[in-house]
Ligand binder design. Structure first.
Ligand SMILES: Cc1cc2nc3c(=O)[nH]c(=O)nc-3n(C[C@H](O)[C@H](O)[C@H](O)COP(=O)(O)OP(=O)(O)OC[C@H]3O[C@@H](n4cnc5c(N)ncnc54)[C@H](O)[C@@H]3O)c2cc1C
Length: 620
């Protein structure tokens, strides 16, 4: 039956029947000479080189900004110094950076893109697309895809796609770690780099199928399904290839955004089990072909090094701390759907914008959740977390009547890669619990403002209900008490927008920030007249005000939903500007696009050197 369907080449040779003939052996040799099997392993290296170049360029960028932040060139007294070649070069660089940000900070419509798992940031999207295009071209441009007969050797397309998939495995695993060497080199923390983990995995899955399909197709072409069946029975490589691709497909399916959104815990537990299965079965499948198992050896070395570093430096094995030492956290409800966790004593250095992973020692011990941290004003030296009740762990925490919980802390992770002190203007823009990311910048840099280059810190916080302000009542009180003068002279500006108070939805009611103190004072007076604490007659506001008279007139409450685009365009942009945003998708979308637009000022205004954006999302 197989013989009947045997493929006959133009020179009369039968791909199956003539397999032991001399001519067949000669043709096989010729085919291998033209397209050597062993050469295909170079394609794995081409992928590695490409990723290495991206990492290297990002490292250069990181080092350049580190140097730039520590450089004194930006100090006001140095600004007017004569133009030297290096200053000239620096100017060109700032323009190039601004041009890059003009494109890369832009955001795609978040709803559709994040639903499909596509990067919403144009910059990330471009990197992902460049990698995809490069690998696709390397895979599909070289010919031939097939050898005339399967007996002449594996289809070159299959071999190079397979080796490209394996070379991606090391990056997929390395990028998965909470501490990861690539993230450290490029200056991105794990939650920001996770999108590259996801896309490297998708490419790996794609090339795995490109590896498989030509084998099946060629066997079918030569001898139909019987030939395929025969190959399956005869070839260990065929059979051993099934488990890794099965694991890889399951990994992909269980990681789809919809699965992560609804079954995060199941996804998480399944993910590492499937990943272990994938790794072991892949090793078995490829060993020792073309030495490709060396990619997997490198993978495991890097992965374990990262894991060990994480446990020793951040996690439960930290020296000086007993193994899995738990901490007590105070739990209190601070408003509708929001619970506060305070750990009074933390043996941990952390910086603004960072988060920790929290595990409660109870029936939820298996789950581990990230929450942003900021200094507690009530318990100096302690940390505070604001947790919005979702459907799982956070809801159970919110509904539990416990006022204390034993927790395990892992972290801190994340944060901002730039040195805030080197900027002149910091704009913190957040909504809801995104305040946990933004507030610590004000808490840390407000008191030391005069020892830095900072001239103004602005916080714009959008909340749904007026009661939400009480989440950070203690911190706001402390800040306004301690930094009263800075609030008064407009060096620190805090505006809170209460959406549920909107009389006209979407109305813009912003207060321009003025540069000189005199107009600041008049502006402040105007603001006090309009909407300051205590001026509004709603019950919640006056309650808030009565207990906090000391910051009356210091913080502006605006009873409407802001047009953030306009809020940002109204900012009095300084010399070096840092925008930090955290909150809803729509907030990040608007801020990303607005700050991208602001890059034009770097070209049009010589008093604007930089507009840097750091945005935090509570997901990955
Ligand atoms: C870096 C970072 C910082 C965060 N900081 C805060 C914060 O300060 N305050 C706050 O209220 N929320 C914060 N979150 C979000 C918070 O981690 C999730 O809301 C919480 O884990 C949901 O738990 P749940 O079981 O109730 O969620 P579910 O109702 O099961 O799911 C709700 C959403 O949370 C996601 N989620 C569930 N579990 C996790 C997990 N372990 N890790 C990441 N995402 C998860 C799901 O994908 C889903 O989209 C942060 C998230 C990240 C990634």
């Amino acid at each position: 039956m197989i013989e009947e369907r045997d493929l006959v080449l133009s020179n009369g040779i039968h791909c199956i029947a003539d397999i032991h003939s001399e001519l067949y052996a000669r043709l096989k040799k010729e085919s291998q000479a033209v397209t050597p099997w062993v050469y295909q392993k170079q394609y794995g290296k081409f992928v590695t080189y490409f990723v290495a170049v991206i990492i290297f360029l990002s490292l250069i960028k990181k080092l350049a900004f580190m140097y730039y932040d520590s450089s004194e060139e930006f100090l006001p007294e140095k600004k007017n110094s004569p133009t030297t070649p290096s200053v000239f070069l620096a100017r060109i660089m700032t323009k190039l950076v601004a041009f890059n940000r003009y494109i890369c900070y832009r955001k795609f419509p978040t709803l559709i893109f994040s639903y499909l798992g596509i990067p919403t940031s144009v910059g990330t999207f471009l990197v992902v697309m460049a990698t995809t295009l490069y690998t696709l071209l390397y895979c599909f441009v070289p010919h031939p895809f097939y050898r005339p007969c399967a007996g002449f050797g594996s289809p070159p397309l299959s071999v190079r796609a397979g080796i490209m998939a394996i070379s991606l495995v090391s990056f997929v695993f390395s990028l998965s770690g909470k501490i990861n060497v690539i993230g450290w080199l490029v200056g991105l923390s794990y939650e920001k780099i996770n999108i590259y983990h996801q896309w490297a995995s998708i490419l790996c899955l794609f090339f795995s199928w490109v590896h498989v399909i030509p084998f099946l197709r060629q066997a079918r072409h030569e001898g139909g399904y019987e030939r395929m069946h025969q190959r399956w029975k005869a070839s260990d490589m065929w059979r051993s290839g099934v488990p890794p691709i099965l694991f890889l497909n399951l990994l992909w399916l269980s990681s789809l955004p919809i699965a992560r959104r609804h079954f995060y815990e199941i996804f998480l537990q399944l993910h590492w089990i499937l990943a272990v299965g994938f790794y072991i079965s892949l090793f078995y499948h490829v060993y020792p072909e073309l030495n490709s198992h060396m990619y997997l050896v490198a993978t495991i070395v890097v992965w374990f090094a990262q894991l060990f570093y994480r446990l020793a430096v951040k996690g439960y094995l930290r020296p000086g701390r007993s193994f899995m030492a738990s901490t007590i956290a105070n739990v209190s409800i601070v408003g509708e759907g929001c619970v506060e966790l305070i750990v009074k004593d933390v043996d941990m250095a952390y910086s603004p914008g960072q988060h920790i992973f929290v595990r409660t020692i109870d029936k939820d011990i298996i789950s581990n959740h990230p929450f942003s941290i900021f200094p507690s004003a009530k318990y100096p030296g302690g940390i505070k977390m604001l947790i919005r009740a979702q459907k799982g762990f956070s809801k159970r925490l919110y509904e539990s009547n416990d006022d204390m919980k034993k927790i395990l802390i892992d972290g801190p992770y994340g944060g901002i890669e730039r040195d805030i002190r080197s900027f002149t203007n910091v704009y913190l823009i957040c909504s809801g619990s995104g305040i946990s990311t933004c507030l610590p910048f004000l808490q840390k840099y407000g008191p030391i403002l005069h020892k830095t280059n900072l001239e103004v810190i602005t916080l714009d916080w959008v909340v749904r209900h007026r009661e939400d302000i009480s989440w950070i009542r203690d911190e706001i009180c402390t800040l306004s008490n301690n930094l009263r003068q800075l609030f008064l002279d407009g060096t620190i500006v805090v505006r809170i927008y209460v959406c549920s108070d909107s009389t006209v939805p979407g109305i813009i009611k912003t207060f321009p920030q003025t540069a000189d103190t005199a107009s600041d004072q008049s502006d402040l007076a105007k603001r006090e007249k309009d909407t300051e604490f205590g001026q509004d007659d709603t019950e919640s506001n006056s309650t808030f005000d009565k207990s906090n008279n000391e910051y009356k007139g210091l913080i502006t409450i605006i009873p409407s939903k802001p047009d953030l685009n306009q809020v940002i365009n109204d900012y009095q942009i300084g010399f070096r500007n840092c925008f930090i945003c955290s909150g809803s998708d729509s907030l990040r979308y608007t801020v990303g696009n607005s700050v991208a637009g602001l890059q034009a000022k770097v070209f049009s205004n010589k008093n604007v050197e930089e507009c840097y954006l750091h945005s935090e999302s509570f997901g990955y």
